[in-house]
Design a protein around this ligand. Structure first.
Ligand code: AMP
Length: 278
């Protein structure tokens, strides 16, 4: 069932809660792919009722062109969700989420100073604000997010804890294409030629991670990875960082649980990825 208003959503959730049913939510911006669907499957396994939200959140885009170009495929999305028997697809419009006079921002400190936070000013404020609203609107017991957006999972976990929101944030593994490219709605924006070279990001990261684990020189490994990306046609590497899993502090070597995270531009499309190291 597709619901478009908060009033309808609230009535449905209230009925479930009266019946003692647990509720899971999967927040998305649509243009659904197997990565999103894996979150839905995880939610279905653990929750009596599952809500998928589809909202292209203007507040988390830091460029008007990016917002305008973001793929919107609502009919196709509904077709993909049908076999999964989701209970509600919640598709609010902008006025529903941000009515006239809306003036509140949720901002998570520290974690958002680096990586995507440093490169996309305001992005995580937009994410934190919309996610807080979706959590309170859906009254969900569990929320499902992808590790593909690793920093986002950290930010959302932090905000739920800091604001005492009664919701468990569940992180699910990144789903990849056969050639290793992390699935992303933005992959639809890649030209055929760029799509051929896009998996080089994941390959360069794997090579770098393996080198770090083997104790090779981090500076040399970073240079090699950047040269590989350069050869593949990536025009800008925003970051290619080894960071601590818990607080995202920068590391030179994986001497504690670590993650390699990258953002890079290929033919006008910004791709991000991350992998565990060790
Ligand atoms: P988005 O529609 O891009 O905002 O993503 C909605 C949710 O799906 C977020 O929690 C993402 O981290 C997650 N997601 C996106 N791509 C993938 C993927 N390849 N594997 C797993 N989860 C993903």
């Amino acid at each position: 069932m597709i619901l478009r208003t908060l009033a309808d959503l609230r009535a449905q959730v209230a009925a479930w809660k009266r019946a003692g049913e647990s509720v899971g939510v999967v927040p998305t911006m649509g243009a659904l792919h197997q990565g999103h669907l894996s979150l839905v499957s995880a939610a279905k396994q653990a929750c009596d009722r599952v809500i998928v939200t589809i909202f292209v959140n203007p507040r988390q885009f830091n460029s008007p062109e990016d917002l305008a170009n973001y793929p919107r495929t609502e009919i196709e999305d509904a077709r993909k969700l049908a076999p999964l028997a989701v209970d509600v697809v919640y598709v609010p419009d902008g006025a529903q989420m941000y009515p006239e006079g809306f003036a509140t921002t949720v901002s998570v400190g520290g974690l958002t100073d680096v990586l995507c936070g440093a490169n996309r000013p305001g992005h995580f404020d937009g994410v934190a604000t919309v996610v807080t609203k979706l959590f309170t609107q859906t009254q969900a017991d569990r929320a499902y997010f992808g590790e593909k957006d690793y920093q986002q999972v950290q930010v959302v976990t932090r905000l739920a804890r800091d604001l005492d929101l009664p919701i468990a944030v569940v992180a699910c593994p990144t789903i990849r294409e056969e050639d290793g490219l992390a699935m992303s709605s933005r992959n639809l924006l890649l030209s055929d030629r760029a799509r051929v070279y896009a998996p080089e990001l994941h390959r360069a990261m794997k090579e770098l991670a393996q080198g770090l684990i083997a104790g090779k020189d981090p500076t040399l490994l970073h240079m090699q990875a950047k040269a590989r990306l350069d050869r593949a046609g990536f025009t800008k590497v925003e970051y290619l960082d080894l960071r601590a899993c818990d607080d995202l502090s920068l590391l030179e070597t994986p001497d504690r649980p670590a993650r390699l995270l990258a953002a890079a531009w290929l033919a006008g499309v910004r791709l991000i990825d991350n992998i565990a190291v060790g």
